[in-house]
Design a protein around this ligand. Structure first.
Ligand code: NIG
Ligand code: FE
Length: 415
């Protein structure tokens, strides 16, 4: 689609200049342009610059959008979500408000396992319908690309049902969808006490099935005490890579198990969560060039410790922020809220937060050559926010400032 966005009061480009991400002090440079314009042609960005330097004569039928008084920035890339699920866990939310912990609830048979029961009962059509609704709402909050994980099926048929549903959404929905296989999200009840037998099912049947049909770009594991240990995680991720998937890992969320070191050693694309990461883990991510995907909404929602974002950025690890949207540990997909929490509780600056939600989010999905910044040749995925300054997105929280989301050059008005 074609579109000329003109008179942008403040354009945040997050220009990467060919690099996959911004690290360290570079994360604070947003590549701002005042009084700017962006030309989108055939769904791609064709020109970016100051209005005063625009020389092209546009065809009569070129749609134009006047962004005077607004900030324009790259669409958010939410690199970690579990947005496909059935049912809800408002009961657990209430229990936590009364003092129960996430771990207490899981030990009593709630948590991930309770969502599994609901997902197994749901049809593919039902899963798709609710996920599509979430995706549409996410676009209203500026998300133009979302990763979606399986992991609420945990048997062959239900994991395949989720994989197919996610891939169909990728074809049908406007947002870009990136599928991740997370068969190792928890040990299902029928394998209680026999985790290795479940790991074998994941490796011998689920991964080859998904790999052969190209149903997942990434393979992920919840590497945690009571879920999958380091040896099991390594086996699963190695099998995933052998079958054409790239590795991601839920690491150091509740305990410092060493998932970050494993991610570095395996050359994983990202290590996510990291609330309990050690200095050794930080060095492993930096040396292995693994993207740290931090999930502020989880710490906020569960009242858990926050990941050491400052130390990770200062060490030169590429840091991304994502929502982790799921019914248990973060019932929100609003990326601006994640930025607010990162700024108020994690020592992240508003500039670093924007870089982490855009370019570095794209890097966590190996998509930064396509999106995450406003640069010629990238997908025309943009957000228009009616605010006087880009910092307002994180600063004025709890309300939606996005007036338009532009996906592949198509302008969506947000009511
Ligand atoms: O990323 N940590 C593991 N998985 C999710 C929680 C999923 C759930 O509670 O349903 C997470 O926080
Ligand atoms: Fe997660």
């Amino acid at each position: 689609m074609n579109l000329f966005i003109k008179n942008i009061t403040q354009l945040v480009t997050v220009a990467a200049h060919g690099k996959p991400w911004r690290i360290g002090p570079e994360m604070r440079d947003l590549g701002l342009i005042g009084e700017a314009g962006v030309l989108c042609r055939d769904g791609k960005i064709a020109w970016v610059g100051k209005m005063s330097e625009f020389r092209e004569t546009l065809p009569e039928d070129m749609p134009e959008f006047d962004a005077e008084g607004s900030v324009v920035l790259p669409g958010f890339v939410d690199a970690h979500t579990h947005l496909m699920f059935a049912g809800h866990r408002a009961d657990e939310f209430a229990l936590r408000a009364g003092g129960a912990s996430y771990q207490d609830i899981a030990a009593a048979g709630g948590g991930i396992i309770s969502t599994i029961t609901k997902v197994r009962e749901a049809t593919k059509k039902q899963l798709k319908r609710s996920a599509a609704r979430h995706l549409a709402e996410m676009m209203k909050h500026g998300t133009t690309t979302a990763e979606i994980k399986t992991g609420y099926g945990l048997d062959m048929d239900s994991e395949v049902k989720m994989l197919e549903a996610i891939n169909e959404l990728a074809d049908e929905e406007m947002a870009t969808v990136v599928p991740t296989f997370l068969g190792a999200h928890a040990v299902p009840p029928e394998f209680r006490g026999r985790p290795d037998a479940y790991v074998e099912l994941v490796i011998e049947r689920m991964i080859p099935y998904a790999g052969k049909r190209h149903l997942a770009v990434f393979c992920d594991v919840f590497c945690e005490t009571g879920y999958f240990d380091l040896a099991q995680t390594e086996k699963i991720l190695t099998a995933g890579m052998r079958n054409g998937m790239q590795a991601k890992v839920h690491a150091e969320e509740l305990t410092p198990l060493g998932g970050a070191e494993l991610a570095g050693a395996l050359g994983a694309v990202s290590a996510d969560h990291l609330e309990h990461i050690t200095d050794r883990g930080i060095r492993a991510l930096r040396d292995g060039q693994v993207v740290a995907v931090l999930l502020p909404g989880v710490s906020f929602f569960l009242n858990h410790r926050y990941a050491p974002a400052r130390a990770l950025v200062d060490a030169g690890v590429p840091v991304a922020l994502a929502s982790d949207f799921n019914p248990g540990s973060c019932m929100s997909y609003a990326m601006p809220l994640m930025m607010t929490i990162a700024c108020t509780h994690m020592g992240v600056s508003p500039e670093e937060a924007i870089t982490a939600c855009t370019l570095n989010g794209a890097a966590a999905l190996r998509r930064s050559a396509l999106e995450g910044s406003v640069e010629v040749g990238k997908n025309a995925d943009l957000i228009v926010a009616e605010v006087p300054d880009y910092r307002y997105l994180a600063y004025h929280f709890g309300t939606n400032h996005v007036t338009h989301t532009i996906k592949g050059g198509t302008l969506l008005e947000i009511p």
